[in-house]
Design a protein around this ligand. Structure first.
Ligand SMILES: Nc1nc2c(ncn2[C@@H]2O[C@H](COP(=O)(O)OP(=O)(O)OP(=O)(O)O)[C@@H](O)[C@H]2O)c(=O)[nH]1
Ligand SMILES: [Mg+2]
Ligand SMILES: [Zn+2]
Length: 335
């Protein structure tokens, strides 16, 4: 078969799939509009999205009852944590008719570099890391920047401390001490030895927190220790890939028995910052703030320019080389 023929056939298939998609979307919209025109609609009420799978969203009403809902076509992409106005259309079924303005939105770029929202109305971001899969400081720093730029309070959680002997634990604490020096809190936990869990639950009460971090660091395991009866799936680390086998694939919001909610999100190998500028990343490195605007050149990139206030701060140890080098790697990878 010639190359051209194959390409044409591929093009035909792509077009066919797109047509099918469009018609599915149109019929979905039609059925939503038909539902809305019907007379059997319940009253308008507020609710919160507690899970979402493709076009279907689970909305929880004020009494904690969950309804599978479709959405009106004119709404933006809705995510876990969103507060919505919706109407009942049948037994445990409903239609979302509007979105209550969000107080915060966490998003990340997808494979097409389009920003994809992950969760909304979050107060706190728990950045979970572990000795295995190997701790990635650049990833932690990207999450910290995202937290700073979206005004979501970050908290670093180092899980699986049972995998470290005393000496290794000390070395890790020393490596991460810089984060505490610049004002971030770190909680060391082990779901196996039940360490640090009380400390962690205290930070979660009465807030909406999202657990983020690489796949296999133990986000779902931590959540499971707080909500034991909700059948949360926890992955075995595969020896081949090092990634979780029962990896979380949908974002779900759980309620804590003592008040507050937690959102479990799928692990990521990379967390890109998307369309943020170099200047925004610099701002997201909190300890750089006193030196921003002090460089000789207004457009200083803090690389080789003379009289660079940031580099001077590194030389005089007011900014650590550890964070500065990570900053340089992050801005270098900006698209
Ligand atoms: N040694 C040890 N293993 C743990 C600990 N916490 C979780 N694990 C194990 O780590 C593996 C991955 O745990 P998960 O909770 O599924 O990890 P996750 O972060 O939710 O992963 P994704 O859903 O893929 O993002 C499982 O085999 C857990 O049993 C811990 O404190 N110590
Ligand atoms: Mg998980
Ligand atoms: Zn500079």
């Amino acid at each position: 078969m010639s190359k051209r023929k194959l390409t044409r056939r591929q093009a035909w298939r792509v077009e066919k799939i797109q047509k099918e998609r469009l018609s599915r979307a149109q019929s979905r919209t039609q059925s939503v509009e038909q539902l809305l025109e019907g007379e059997a609609l319940g009253r308008e009420q507020t609710g919160r999205i507690v899970a979402h799978y493709g076009a279907n969203l689970d909305v929880e009403d004020e009494h904690g009852i969950v309804y599978h809902c479709l959405t009106r076509a004119n709404l933006p992409r809705l995510v876990c944590g969103d507060k919505v106005i919706w109407q009942e259309t049948g037994a445990n079924l409903g239609v979302i008719i509007s979105l209550v303005p969000r107080t915060s939105l966490l998003a990340r770029p997808d494979y097409n570099k389009q920003m994809k929202p992950i969760a909304a109305n979050i107060d706190q971001m728990l950045i979970v890391a572990a000795p295995r899969p190997a701790l990635d400081e650049d990833l932690i720093n990207r999450y910290l920047v995202a937290a700073e730029l979206t005004s979501i309070q970050p908290l670093i959680v180092i899980n699986k401390t049972d995998m470290l002997d005393a000496e290794e634990k000390l070395a890790l604490e020393k490596q991460l001490a810089v984060y505490q020096q610049i004002g971030y809190q770190i909680i060391y936990t082990s779901t196996r030895q039940k360490n640090g869990l009380n400390d962690l639950i205290r930070r979660l009460t009465d807030k909406t927190s999202i657990f983020v971090g690489q796949s296999g660091v133990g986000k779902s395991s931590l959540i499971k220790t707080f909500i034991p009866d909700r059948g949360i799936r926890v992955g075995e680390l595969s020896n081949v890939t090092g990634l979780g086998k029962h990896t979380t694939t949908v974002t779900v919001l759980y309620h804590l028995p003592g008040g507050g909610s937690i959102i479990d999100s799928p692990g990521v190998r990379e967390f890109g910052l998307g369309h943020v500028s170099r200047a925004q990343i610099t701002e997201g490195f909190v300890e750089f703030n006193p030196f921003i605007g002090q460089c000789k050149f207004k457009d200083c990139k803090h690389l080789r320019e003379p009289d660079c206030a940031i580099k001077h701060a590194v030389e005089t140890q007011r900014i650590t080389r550890q964070r500065f080098d990570s900053y340089l790697r992050i801005v270098k990878n900006l698209t």
